[in-house]
Design a protein around this ligand. Structure first.
Ligand code: IPE
Ligand code: IPE
Ligand code: MG
Length: 247
């Protein structure tokens, strides 16, 4: 078992652990329902699980964590749940920002933030500015995020640059395209974990996950703890990533 830098696999090859992990933090509602609680109670516990996850990733030597907090499709949920989620996000940012900054976490957001209230957008802008030079850990929060919209957005940006003459049509390649996505500059995504038992991407990081390893956990996100992360990492280190070659 991988325990804080002591896995057998890691001892043999320190490069075998993922550098960049993403999580679809799913199952908050079911966690609450099972306890006869409102869905918001599950989202609150979900925020605690994110705090834990960040520390556990750090302990395991992972420096990039990208989490799916709210999808572009989640705007279709009842307005009460949306406003509870937004309040929770504001509360999380308010409570955690100084702590994250002390831990030298660089905070980043991906998604269509224009759909958020001005107050939250200002809070996010402040958090990004405060932590932009931090380099010990990179936490990216996908908020109002949809990967198809992101890809269409990148195509539009490139089309505009061709039209205004700042790039030539022939220059468009995978690297340039990647550089116009919200995730520009982040390293390749090594491992994607989805909690809550569903086995789908739900419009998350479609371009970025071309050669990502997937791990599906039945654990509901509020219950996801260090042992679940270790199980995911143990599974990851056993895999052979062939990228289309014969290995
Ligand atoms: C994930 O948990 C959090 C968000 C989508 C905001 P859910 O709210 O989807 O929880 P389940 O899937 O209904 O249990
Ligand atoms: C995906 O979960 C989005 C987040 C975890 C933020 P959903 O619960 O919205 O996904 P579906 O509806 O089960 O596909
Ligand atoms: Mg869900």
């Amino acid at each position: 078992m991988i325990s804080a830098n002591k896995s057998k696999a890691q001892t043999q090859n320190p490069e075998v652990l993922p550098q960049h992990v993403a999580v679809i933090m799913d199952g908050n509602g079911r966690w609450a329902k099972a306890r006869g609680l409102p869905r918001t109670a599950g989202h609150k516990k979900g925020a605690d699980a994110l705090r834990r996850m960040l520390d556990n990733c750090s302990k395991s030597g992972i420096h990039y964590l990208t989490v799916y907090a709210f999808s572009s499709e989640n705007w279709k949920r009842p307005s009460d749940e949306i406003s509870d989620l937004m309040q929770l996000l504001q509360h999380y940012l308010h409570q955690e920002l100084e702590i994250l900054h002390e831990k030298k976490v660089c905070l980043r957001f991906i998604g269509d933030l224009s759909r958020l209230d001005l107050e939250i957008r200002e809070q996010i802008a402040y958090a990004i500015k405060l932590t932009e030079k931090n380099r010990d850990f990179h936490l990216t929060i996908a908020l109002s995020y949809g990967s198809r919209q992101e890809i269409v957005g990148a195509a539009k940006k490139l089309a505009k640059k061709v039209l205004d003459g700042s790039i030539k049509f022939e220059q468009i390649d995978e690297e340039l395209f990647s550089g116009n996505l919200d995730t520009a500059g982040l390293p390749e995504l090594d491992l994607l974990i989805r909690t809550g038992g569903e086995k789908r991407l739900s419009n998350f990081l479609l371009w970025q996950s071309a050669y990502t390893e997937f791990y599906f956990s039945d654990t509901l996100w509020p219950d996801f703890d260090e042992s679940d992360l270790i199980a995911a990492l143990d599974d990851f280190v056993k895999r052979e990533r062939r990228y289309g070659t014969t290995g």
